[in-house]
Design a protein around this ligand. Structure first.
Ligand SMILES: Cc1cc2nc3c(=O)[nH]c(=O)nc-3n(C[C@H](O)[C@H](O)[C@H](O)COP(=O)(O)OP(=O)(O)OC[C@H]3O[C@@H](n4cnc5c(N)ncnc54)[C@H](O)[C@@H]3O)c2cc1C
Length: 379
């Protein structure tokens, strides 16, 4: 594995950093803890278009560098782009006319997508999905409830993971594209601790009729292939959550270093005290360790190799690291670290949310344990 980024990647990262500071940071400051108004999305997406946040590039290393940079400035917006691009990837495999109308609008931020797996009774074990899709003539009729769905309330398209045949167990699970304008569903906002600008919602499907061809894999396509594709999709999603954690940790680290240089107690900058230096060096070392694990995982995903062990290591380590790092940044700021006037307060809350989605830390550990021991905790 080559540890060097190319000259081109480094230049792009530098220009992205400058651009994001100037063009996106004002929105992060204004909407850090509030929902971004819907009408602002096309403008934000237009600004971000050159940086391929909607998956326009196959160079995943460059995509990773840019995701980390956006998360450093506005992690909730990186979350919105991440989910929108995941929805677009599913739609790419959908029926032609749906693709034609949905993809340009999703890329432009005129429409927003979500991916709905979690349910009130189904969190860490997606094989137990209860939302039912029943074939009826040319349609599927969907009934069920999804929860904690990112972008849910804003969404125009939902990729809904449904059970089509309970007798087949996980073989009956498949994604179905639901177009809200034609197949209405309800959405309700669920407030949470961090990443508040990034909506998480409950979705309710009541006799929701969707053309059969919207089932991914098509009319005769293999159900169950859906669950497999879903689990494979987690590899990139876990990298992207790890990158989001890295961006937040990096921002908190930079704020802590600045503060430790400026804040004086006992006649010295607090950064001159060994106990503060211990916190700063711990932050720097752990951020580096998480970055190495994450870019190794991205490199393996880019090569198309199975890498659930490495992506789980990256996701678990980077998100737990971000919790420790942002907590130390709060500590270094003293009481000011607890004030919403200082960004570290928000970084801490944002980082805390990331150990849960796309597989909790415990689930990542069980995946790593299965790979190390050859023994699965899941069955
Ligand atoms: C910010 C955010 C965004 C999200 N976005 C989406 C989204 O877009 N789409 C979507 O479908 N879902 C989304 N989710 C939901 C997320 O995927 C689930 O919250 C997650 O899978 C965990 O499910 P749960 O919350 O029901 O916890 P549970 O599965 O009920 O787990 C509760 C606790 O038990 C632990 N646990 C569970 N099983 C085991 C086990 N076998 N061994 C040891 N410990 C175990 C867990 O680690 C956790 O600590 C999001 C969540 C958050 C916080």
């Amino acid at each position: 594995m080559d540890f060097d980024f190319t000259e081109e990647q480094l230049l792009l990262r530098e220009s992205a950093r400058k651009f994001l500071e100037k063009e996106i940071k004002p929105a992060a400051v204004a909407y850090g803890d509030a929902r971004i108004p819907r009408e602002m999305f096309p403008e934000l997406f237009r600004k971000l278009r050159p940086f391929s946040y909607m998956g326009e590039t196959d160079d995943l290393i460059t995509a990773a560098l840019l995701s980390e940079e956006l998360a450093r400035v506005f992690p909730a917006l990186e979350g919105i782009m991440m989910i929108n691009s995941a929805c677009a990837r599913y739609i790419q495999a959908g029926p032609h006319d749906l693709r034609e109308r949905a993809l340009p609008a999703l890329l432009a931020g005129e429409k927003i997508g979500c991916v709905a797996i979690t349910e009130p009774n189904v969190g860490s074990n997606p094989a137990a999905i209860e939302t039912r899709a029943v074939a009826d003539g040319d349609d599927y009729v969907i009934n069920g409830r999804k929860t904690w769905i990112s972008n849910g309330e804003l969404s125009d398209y939902a990729i809904v993971i449904c059970q089509t045949d309970p007798a087949k167990g996980k073989e009956g699970i498949c994604p179905i594209i639901v177009e809200r304008e034609r197949s209405a569903y309800e959405a309700r906002d669920l407030p949470k601790l961090g990443l508040k600008a990034f909506a998480t919602s409950e979705l309710v499907f009541t006799d929701c009729r969707v053309p059969r061809e919207n089932r991914l894999g098509g009319r005769r396509g293999a159900a169950g292939a859906g669950l497999k594709a879903l689990l494979q999709g987690f590899q990139w999603a876990r990298c992207r959550v790890a990158l989001m954690a890295l961006g937040i940790a990096q921002a908190a680290f930079e704020a802590a270093v600045d503060y430790a240089r400026q804040r004086r107690q006992f006649g010295k900058p607090i950064g001159a005290f060994q106990l503060i230096q211990d916190m700063v060096t711990g932050m720097a070392t752990e951020i580096d360790a998480a970055r190495l694990l994450t870019y190794r995982a991205v490199h393996l995903v880019k090569k198309g190799l199975r890498c659930d062990r490495e992506t789980s290591m990256a996701k678990a380590y980077a998100t737990e690291m971000a919790v420790r790092t942002t907590s130390r940044a709060v500590q270094i700021h003293g009481a000011y670290g607890l004030s919403p006037e200082y960004l570290v307060e928000r970084y801490f809350r944002d980082a805390r949310t990331l150990t849960i989605p796309d597989g909790t830390t415990e689930i990542q550990k069980l995946i790593i344990g299965r790979s190390v021991l050859g023994l699965s905790a899941f069955r």
